[in-house]
Design a protein around this ligand. Structure first.
Ligand SMILES: C[S@@+](CC[C@H](N)C(=O)[O-])C[C@H]1O[C@@H](n2cnc3c(N)ncnc32)[C@H](O)[C@@H]1O
Length: 204
């Protein structure tokens, strides 16, 4: 039986670790250090939500903790958005470029941490998206502080999805408690994989 090296979902080709180009990048020394070694299912939760609640074409989208960048690439392909990704680990960026090539979609990427996203930097974006990026306790504080800067910068919408790990639950609770426009949407997907979790949506 042929070995599967990719899957097709939400209009995207998503490679796995057995794909020859992914293996080559690993051999070339691009080894992710903060869990960006694969595509994570929480991105599907936001993709599914956006299918029913599309972003306007003019939206400038920033994917934070982008890893392989598939959530951003989905927005580029599906809505024609201008998309940029940031990740603390530069080793993920060649995988983003590879997926942009495979999907004939445009997305830029750079190494940056959540804390490095200043108000001035965020002024260039309307929407911030992030999937599975709140898994250590310190990330709760960093992402909450980012919400404050995003508000000052005029960002219109922030969406963070997660399989409900405790640091994410803390972030969602804090945002609902302290911010005016924060809601949590529960998601249960059967396709393309069984995936469940929540999307924290903040309209600063
Ligand atoms: C679990 S992976 C998720 C990757 C991608 N969002 C996905 O859903 O496939 C978490 C990503 O967040 C990045 N990351 C971790 N801490 C970060 C920080 N402080 N600033 C920016 N990115 C960070 C990691 O390098 C990694 O790529």
């Amino acid at each position: 039986m042929a070995v599967r090296t990719h899957r097709q979902a939400f209009g995207l080709k998503i490679l796995n670790g057995r794909h020859p180009r992914v293996r080559q990048l690993k051999r070339d020394g691009h080894v992710a250090e903060i869990h960006g070694n694969k595509f994570w299912n929480s991105s599907y939760l936001i993709m599914s939500h956006l299918k029913k609640n599309p972003l306007p074409k003019r939206s400038r989208v920033l994917e934070i903790g982008c890893g392989w960048g598939l959530l951003g690439l989905f927005c580029a392909k599906e809505f024609g958005n201008k998309v940029h990704g940031i990740d603390a680990d530069e080793n993920v960026l060649p995988y983003l470029e590879l997926h942009a090539e495979m999907n004939k979609a445009k997305m830029t990427g750079e190494k940056k941490t959540f804390n490095q996203l200043t108000v001035d930097y965020l002024k260039d974006f309307d929407v911030i998206l992030g999937a599975d990026i709140c898994f250590w306790d310190e990330m709760t504080k960093q992402l909450y502080a980012l919400m404050g800067r995003a508000k000052k910068a005029g960002v219109k919408q922030i969406m963070i999805s997660d399989p409900c790990r405790p640091p994410f639950n803390d972030l969602a609770a804090k945002c609902q408690d302290k911010l005016d426009n924060a809601e949590v949407v529960e998601k249960f997907l059967k396709r393309p994989v069984n995936a469940s979790g929540e999307i924290l949506i903040v309209r600063p």
